[in-house]
Design a binder for this molecule. Structure first.
Ligand SMILES: Cc1cc2nc3c(=O)[nH]c(=O)nc-3n(C[C@H](O)[C@H](O)[C@H](O)COP(=O)(O)O)c2cc1C
Length: 156
């Protein structure tokens, strides 16, 4: 069974609500899922997984420093996590507030790791973006992500 880490930072709960929905969806697709706040994860566990789904609130158009710290520490595993499947998600304050660039920053870091990063053709192209608490639109974005992520990770 493929093993996936859903890792996120959240201060006021919006990104956390998304992370829980994503983890539940992936588990329902038959994946072995660990759901963890970034403060609880060591980069030493990165090699244990087949892929990661990574989320952060949008802070000034990028990821929160708590997640960036984790990613910076992950340099220890540079060239050791190549080919892992990665998708990103974010929670933001307003439409046009930088949610997409926050997702792209997460994906960019994992592209540099040589990971395989997912984009989407319907709804949010770079990953689900919730304006505040996740609503019905975000639920559909998460469903699209879960479907595509689980389908692809089972093939690689
Ligand atoms: C330090 C900080 C910076 C933020 N910067 C932005 C921003 O640039 N654009 C925006 O739309 N929202 C911004 N927000 C709002 C958060 O992205 C939004 O409230 C998000 O839903 C919080 O996620 P959380 O509940 O998972 O902590 C910012 C919030 C904080 C605390």
């Amino acid at each position: 069974m493929k093993k996936v880490l859903v890792v996120y930072y959240s201060r006021t709960g919006n990104t956390e609500a998304m992370a829980k929905m994503i983890a539940q969806g992936l588990a329902e697709k038959g994946l072995n899922v660990d759901l963890k706040r970034v403060e609880e994860v060591s980069v030493d566990s990165l090699t244990d997984y087949d892929g990661y789904v990574v989320g952060s609130p949008n802070y000034f158009g990028t990821m929160a420093s708590e997640l960036k710290k984790f990613i910076d520490e992950s340099v220890k595993y540079y060239r050791k996590i190549e080919g892992k499947l990665v998708a990103a998600f974010t929670s933001t304050g307003i439409i046009g507030g930088g949610g997409e660039t926050a997702c792209l920053d997460i994906l960019k870091a994992f592209l540099i790791h040589g990971c395989l990063c997912l984009g989407f053709t319907r709804l949010g192209h770079y990953g689900p973006v919730s304006i505040g608490k996740p609503d019905e639109r975000v639920k559909r974005e998460i469903e699209e992500m879960v479907n595509k992520y689980s389908e692809i990770i089972k093939k690689i």
